[in-house]
Design a protein around this ligand. Sequence first.
Ligand SMILES: [Zn+2]
Length: 102
Amino acid sequence: MLVLHCPVCGIEGEEADFHCGGEAHLVRPQSHDPENVSDEVLRDYLYLRQNPRGLHCEMWQCTRGCGKWFNAVRDTVTMEFKAFYRMDQKAPDLANFDEGQS
Ligand SMILES: [Zn+2]
């Protein structure tokens, strides 16, 4: 069972109380006009995702509580969440991740 903690409203709940939005910190192509973005850049943005063994940053929505989106660091090996942080907070350095830093 996944247990999440919303860093916005503070509720704690199971996976069913939240909605996963996939990989966090994706960067949109600079142009909003698809004609000015190459097919490769658009393909990468829309479809290519990391699938790491270990720590991974994900977006989650607090559907039972405040409805806000937030980010989480999850270990894909143990399925354990290591940190939760608001969307306006900087992503943790996963290469030097310390559970106490968030
Ligand atoms: Zn919330």
